[in-house]
Design a protein around this ligand. Structure first.
Ligand code: ZN
Ligand code: ZN
Length: 369
């Protein structure tokens, strides 16, 4: 039986980094582990094959030799002691690698942490919530077990490069090595691609997780979900998943720490004469007594109508910024009344317009200097 390509064995691309290779190896080793496949000769073969591929591809020198010369490049070095290696050796190595039982070897690696950006509403932040998120992960294709070929077929060794992925071009005195143009360096040709992964060997899968959003979280806060990051290597623990909170803009409220701000437009009649207005709160609504002669920009503070932050003891406040609105689309009658009001007011001099009066005084001073 001719040897399968090492990359093919592990189901990784030719430019896969060491982490990817270790991960692929671990997955295969777990799958074909003798404990799970007692007496299955085929599994035993797969197990040994994966181990050999792993040993070559994680050794920089051996990998370079393999990339350049294929199996011929590593057989010489492997023949030294590895040629006749029995199954029991491979077996103990696997135990060491996977379960971390080997002393004096630090091959255990914690998986990477992952980050997920979660956009939530202000209401969810204020009251807490539970939401489901879907995390994409790359898994080996179940249909083709990672080799990218339709079940019942197998990838053919590229005839141009004989599976090396590289070809030598003679140019004068020089021989130049190039990525094989026919197989793009993979060393194999898939004539019948796997229908599931379209020949890639891996498929994107979605994992659904439930995230508890604590009461009071704010923009930029991170929620740690222990153990939901990337899988660890060689028995190492998985990384953590960090859910980073992004608050979406609210149509009414603007959050500032534990306080909320909102703008309240009022008519100039209410502003002048005073009155009671209803304002929205996160819980419903509240009433504000607007005193007579209220100017635009006045802020009414409703205590305890803000948000109780994650690290706070009490709720913040709701600050209502008053904007006195100029009336529009006036009828002839309304205009008449306003003109009459203006005529009467002018007779009294500037005392009805405190801001205009002080502004006029300042302007006069400025020009007389
Ligand atoms: Zn597939
Ligand atoms: Zn080729």
């Amino acid at each position: 039986m001719s040897k399968r390509d090492y990359y093919e064995v592990l189901g990784v691309s030719r430019d896969a980094d060491e982490n990817t290779i270790k991960k692929a190896y671990r997955r295969l080793a777990m799958k074909y582990h003798p404990d799970r496949n007692a007496g299955d000769v085929k599994s035993e073969e797969m197990f040994k094959e994966a181990k050999e591929a792993y040993e070559v591809l994680t050794d920089a020198n051996k990998r370079a030799a393999y990339d350049q010369f294929g199996h011929a490049g590593v057989n010489a070095s492997a023949a030294g002691g590895g040629g006749a290696q029995g199954f029991s050796d491979a077996f103990s190595d696997i135990f060491g690698d996977i379960f971390g039982t080997r002393s004096g070897r630090s091959s255990m690696h914690r998986g990477s942490d992952l980050r997920y950006n979660l956009e939530i509403s202000l209401e969810q932040a204020a009251h807490g919530a539970e939401t489901k998120i879907r995390i994409p992960t790359m898994e080996q294709c179940e249909t083709c077990h990672g080799d990218g070929a339709k079940p019942g077929t197998s990838p053919k060794t590229c005839s141009t490069c004989n599976g090396h992925g590289q070809v030598r071009m003679q140019q004068g005195f020089f021989s130049i090595q190039q990525t094989c143009p026919k197989c793009q360096g993979s060393g194999k040709i898939i004539t019948h691609p796997c229908p599931t992964c379209h020949g890639v060997g891996r498929v994107k899968q979605q994992k659904t997780l439930t995230v508890k959003i604590p009461v009071g979280v704010d923009d930029g806060d991170r929620i740690r979900i222990s153990g939901e990051g990337e899988a660890g290597l060689n028995g190492g623990p998985p990384g953590d998943l960090y859910v980073v909170i992004h608050l979406s803009a609210h149509p009414v409220f603007r959050r500032e720490g534990d306080h909320l701000h909102c703008e309240i437009p009022i008519s100039f009649t209410v502003a002048a004469l005073g009155g009671e207005i209803e304002v929205p709160t996160l819980e419903g609504h509240a009433k504000i007594k607007v005193p007579a002669e209220t100017q635009t920009g006045k802020v009414f503070r409703l205590r305890g109508k803000g948000i109780k932050g994650v690290r706070s003891h009490d709720k913040g406040d709701l600050l209502c910024h008053v904007i006195v609105e100029t009336p529009v689309k006036l009828t002839a009658r309304q205009k008449e009344l306003l003109e009459e009001l203006e005529a009467i007011s002018l007779k009294d001099g500037p005392r009805h317009s405190p801001r205009a009066k002080s502004w006029m005084d300042k302007a006069r001073e400025f020009f007389s200097e």
